[in-house]
Design a binder for this molecule. Structure first.
Ligand code: SDX
Length: 430
């Protein structure tokens, strides 16, 4: 990494800021010595211009609408690979050979069962609990059951914890769904592939044989690939910050799930479908577009806009194609929600406000329609996002732990509160 420097004038002092170059993408100005040399902090709420770390995992070019996992374009991975191949790539950095893939699939398959006592956790929740609340609770509790993979200093335990997380998330997610609909839990089936096993655990019942539809399983697997990782988004940054204190990986993933739940982030797929349902028909779209543009109205077009993509989210294109494929396979000829979505996208992409602010559909815009057609209730949409994103979270967590420069994350602040003042006894207060 070649270094040169930017210069910052602070008062009468000129402070050199070393410039670090990446393999692709923006250079960075290293400000790590700024406070020691100037007594000043930088200020960047929301981290719009701040690189929190160095990473080799995922690259996004927001202007060009490019997403690479370890250098491979998301479109190619979604087209040609499967989700566990993407998991291997994100974790190990290279596409697996045939034998490496077979070994990885086997390791994941043989970690899909959950400690039997964990099933009792679910009965502590109300049946109508949001499944994301269940996911935060149950995943956080994993560290109470898998003590033998919480020593983060042991590379072997780090990889075991990684494989356990990837393998058990589908089981935990399917159990959250079954619990919410009052049906018995379905155990994993080792003869099924990763995603077929997940669909079987969600939709099979003990009283009859369930046949997984291979077209729908392929579509679900592709959706998992699209959601697997995404650079330093809010939930990944949460996982990294939690991990920087030395917290165990299960607790860090639970923190990531909690952050992903928000409607500005992973909760947008649930919010986007609810928005489409609220709009209801094509003729009501202008009213909602006007509301989205109204500064005094908190309403936003859910599934639109992105901190990084100022072009079409490449995942949204693949998701739109998958949406059509799933609707056709399940026999939905014309879904009014899809009509609203397509017309809303057409209108928004020709509207000056959205053009000027460079707001395009993101991955959440079409995922809700697709997941609903796959048979999932809206409340499960973000759970599916968390299931897929677990590999990204754990790969980024591992990279952070294995970074020799790693230290606890501890941002500072611009303080604008009260200056020092003395305590006033109650008797002296008015
Ligand atoms: C995900 O970071 C990631 O990588 C996330 C993710 C991942 O894979 O991890 O890609 C997944 O979270 C996708 C995003 C899902 N969220 C939504 O779809 C919710 C709707 N979108 C917005 O809330 C918003 O676009 C964000 C949160 C996604 C991005 O917000 P930013 O980067 O902070 O941008 P901003 O809020 O400053 O918006 C810039 C301008 C503002 O107007 P001005 O103040 O400049 O006048 O654009 C406007 C916003 O009001 N704007 C919108 C809008 N999004 C932004 N106006 C209407 N509708 C929208 N959706």
């Amino acid at each position: 990494m070649g270094d040169n420097s930017a210069k910052l004038d602070v008062g009468s002092k000129q402070v050199p800021l070393p410039i670090h170059n990446g393999t692709i993408g923006p250079d960075v100005a290293d400000i790590s010595k700024l406070y020691a040399e100037t007594g000043m902090f930088t200020y960047d709420p929301g981290f719009t211009s701040t690189a929190s770390c160095e990473s080799k995992i995922t690259y996004i070019d927001g202007d060009e609408g490019v997403l690479l996992y370890r250098g491979y374009p998301i479109e190619q991975l979604a087209e040609h690979g499967d989700f566990l191949e993407t998991c291997y790539l994100l974790l190990y950095g290279e596409l697996p050979t045939h034998s490496q893939k077979a070994d990885f699939d086997d390791r994941v398959t043989h970690h899909t069962m959950l400690h039997e006592q964990m099933a009792r956790f679910y009965s502590g929740f109300r049946r109508d609990a949001h499944p994301m609340a269940v996911m935060v609770g149950v995943v956080g509790a994993l560290s109470a059951f898998y003590h033998d993979s919480t020593d983060i200093a042991d590379p072997y335990q780090r990889m075991v914890a990684s494989v356990r997380m990837i393998a058990k998330m589908p089981t935990i997610a399917a159990m959250a769904y079954k619990y919410s609909i009052g049906q018995p839990f379905i155990y994993p089936r080792n003869e099924l592939d990763f995603t077929s096993n997940f669909l079987n655990m969600c939709f099979a019942v003990p009283c009859e044989t369930y046949k997984v539809n291979p077209v729908l399983s392929r579509a679900m697997d592709r959706i998992f690939i699209l959601h697997a990782d995404h650079e330093q988004n809010a939930s990944t940054s949460t996982v990294r910050l939690a991990g920087s204190s030395g917290a165990n990986p299960f607790a860090c993933i639970a923190a990531g799930i909690a952050c992903l739940w928000g409607p500005a982030h992973g909760g947008a797929n649930e919010a986007a479908l609810e928005m489409l349902q609220e709009i209801g028909s094509v003729d009501r779209i202008p009213e909602f577009v006007d509301r989205a543009k109204d500064k005094d109205d908190p309403f936003r077009l859910m599934g639109f806009g992105h901190r990084v993509y100022k072009n079409y989210d490449p995942r949204a294109r693949v998701m739109q194609r998958t949406c059509h494929e799933v609707l056709a396979e399940v026999g939905i000829k014309d879904d009014p929600l899809l009509d609203v979505a397509l017309e809303l996208e057409r209108i928004a992409l020709h509207d000056e406000y959205f053009i000027e602010k460079r707001l395009y559909p993101n991955i959440d815009f079409y995922s809700g329609i697709t997941l609903k057609a796959l048979g999932f209730p809206t409340t499960m949409f973000t759970v599916l996002f968390a299931l897929a994103r677990t590999v990204g979270w754990i790969a980024q967590w591992k990279e952070m732990i294995e970074d020799p420069k790693q230290k606890i994350g501890r941002p500072r602040q611009l303080y604008t509160g009260a200056t020092r003042r003395d305590y006033v006894p109650m008797s002296s207060r008015k």
